[in-house]
Design a protein around this ligand. Sequence first.
Ligand SMILES: [Zn+2]
Length: 355
Amino acid sequence: MAHILRLSALAVLLLSACCWADSELQEEDTAEELSVSELSVSELLERANSHLSEFRSDNDPILIEGDIAIDSETERNADPCTSSGCKWGKASDGKVYVPYYIANHFSSREKAIITRGLESFSSFSCIRFRPSKSSDRDWLSIESKNGCYSFVGRRGGKQVVSLARSGCLYHGTVQHELLHALGFNHEQTRSDRDNHIKVLLQNVVSGMQHNFRKIATLNQGSPYDYNSVMQYHRYAFSKNKQPTMVPIPNANVSFGNAKEMSRNDIARLNTLYKCSSISAKRPPPTIGLVSRGVGVVLAQVEKVMAQEAEVEANRAVVGAQVAVVVARIAAVEAQVAAVEARVAVVEAQLAEVEA
Ligand SMILES: [Zn+2]
């Protein structure tokens, strides 16, 4: 009897020891998660990619600007590829379908973070990331490789977007790498950045100055955005804890702290891909909004006309663009018909009221 008691006492001791250890571990994890959640996308990327060169294998692509992959050094000064065909194609329904594959080595929790990032784009743009099919020619292969990185724009065939399991699986980081894959560069490399950011090369780690080179970016009239998810932070690549970038004219303005895509990030994505308001998820106009609906339709007609002019100017892409324009005209006509129907309803109601 005493023997059994001793045994069970021992069992209780062992059990509690195991569970104390567990809960301590969990607390450490939670503390880590909490401090990480304070970090901006820019800081997360720097943290995840800080020791990559030590672990690089020959199979890894060359990384520039921290997380942009290139196949060879000669691409370093490449023009923004969106003007030379690296945008993803638009379907006849006005949406841009980007096929993706998520590697099996991610846990279901990690996959959920990635999927949330992918799906966020459909709530504010005409970009639709969808699972790849065997017939897809170009697709994103989302894998946990050495750090967080992506190529800029559509590369043709399979292109890796690396989201390392340690350090890259945050909503904003996923959006940042996907924006690279959609053709966007870092904010501080914009052609007009010298009007908004003073780069202090004397504080940059030697050999890292290329991260601050300017690119002849296609800015599409979008404002420079300190809150862009693509803007690096004040001390990025600093060798001496002094700032590497200072805003102009007010040096104290905070920047580089984004945790997800800003309104400007969304607006310029919609501009680059010419996402029309038709393909956005928009509730049907109510009767009181008929005149606004007409305005929207007119704006759409103007947009279509502008696109037709563009088609004239660019014979090389005439075929594809005409198809898009035709689809838009059909969509606009459908909307005009819908608005006319609503106007008829309003008129009928007015007649009723007057009667
Ligand atoms: Zn980046």
